[in-house]
Design a protein around this ligand. Structure first.
Ligand code: PBG
Ligand code: ZN
Length: 329
């Protein structure tokens, strides 16, 4: 009989396709990024990220409860401040939203869902940079990592389970690990944005977080060149050596090769961040009727898992988890 091999046998029926699927997309692998703003009773749609909201701490709790009910296992918190300054005091000010949010969520949700706190300065500094400025337009690496470690300790003390530094300064994972341990917070984990690229896909996020660098500047002095993959492996190795428990590659879709290479090389869990531009681009095309959002979403998220990511930070977490729960019945 010709042909001898008929791989289509395994594709003919839904039950068979389900049975032989190599990559499964479950809510347990999803992390939902959330934007916390000062004030109360705020749930304001974010124009650059359709379907996402600016949430005051009180409304955040409802959102996180809904995510926990859907089986999402962690949230990633980003804060905003009304008062920016040179050292980003707003990040860990007593009335700062991340401190308040961490404390409230820990109390209301206990350990039903993980609280990951993004640690960076860009949303809190007047310069708009992820670091403290040094001489001649450069960044002051050492002052920056001291400050980041301070913020990390404050977040962890308030209730954050995981610290996620996204600044790309050298040595910050080690500085944060030592500061956490010295403060008696040795169970707090570190998810490092280990290989974070200077990407064009962050635009919608910077609008949402109020963290755009000045128009004349960019972050290429500390974020990675998109042309480099081997360098990503060096960055990840350093972060693991300094104490990172989970290493993240960001963005995801344009860096599937990096995710794959990281998965093959390292034994720590690998996370991928499907960033704002990946989400907003699909949303915009879907709004025009050019793409089926749900199909495109599942294809993208599945591809990121297939490349080797154990977990995905995605603005689709809630929708994907909800559809997953519905599909079961
Ligand atoms: C910076 C930071 C960025 C994102 C989260 N934190 C990138 C940047 O502005 O350079 C991007 C997330 C996204 O686009 O979804 N600390
Ligand atoms: Zn930053």
């Amino acid at each position: 009989m010709f042909p001898a091999h008929r791989p289509r046998r395994l594709r003919r029926t839904l039950w068979m396709r389900d049975l032989v699927r190599e990559t499964r997309l479950a809510p347990e692998a999803l992390i939902a990024p959330l934007f916390v703003v000062p004030g109360t009773k705020i749930r304001r749609p974010i124009p650059s990220l359709p379907g996402q909201f600016h949430l005051s701490v009180d409304r955040l709790a409802e959102e996180v409860e809904a995510l926990a009910d859907l089986g999402v296992r962690a949230v990633l918190l980003f804060g905003r401040t009304e008062r920016k300054d040179a050292r980003g005091s707003g990040a860990d000010a007593r009335e700062g939203v991340i401190l308040k949010a961490s404390a409230l969520l820990k109390k209301r949700l206990s350990n039903r869902i993980g609280l990951i706190a993004d640690v960076c300065l860009c949303a809190y500094t007047t310069s708009g940079h992820c670091a403290i400025p040094g001489r001649g337009g450069a960044v002051d690496n050492d002052a920056s990592i001291r400050r980041l470690a301070q913020i990390a300790v404050a977040y962890a003390k308030a209730g954050a389970d995981v610290i996620a530094p996204s600044d790309m300064m050298d040595g910050r994972v080690g500085a944060i690990r030592r500061a956490l341990d010295a403060a008696g917070l040795s169970s707090t984990a570190i998810l490092s944005y280990a290989a974070k690229y200077a990407s064009a896909f962050y635009g919608p996020f910077r609008d949402a977080a109020g963290s755009a660098p000045p128009a004349s500047q960019d972050r290429r002095g500390y974020q990675m060149d998109p042309a480099n993959a081997r360098e990503a492996l060096r960055e990840i190795a350093l972060d693991i050596d300094e104490g990172a428990d989970i290493a993240m590659v960001k963005p995801a879709l344009a860096y599937l090769d990096v995710i794959r290479a990281a998965r093959g090389r390292f034994d720590v869990p690998i996370a991928a961040y499907s960033v704002s531009g990946e989400y907003a681009a699909v949303k915009a095309a879907a709004a025009k009727g050019w793409l089926d959002e749900r199909a495109a979403r599942d294809e993208i998220l599945t591809a990121i898992r297939r490349a080797g990511a154990d977990m995905i930070c995605t603005y689709w977490a809630r929708d994907a988890a909800r559809d997953h729960a519905r599909a079961k019945h």
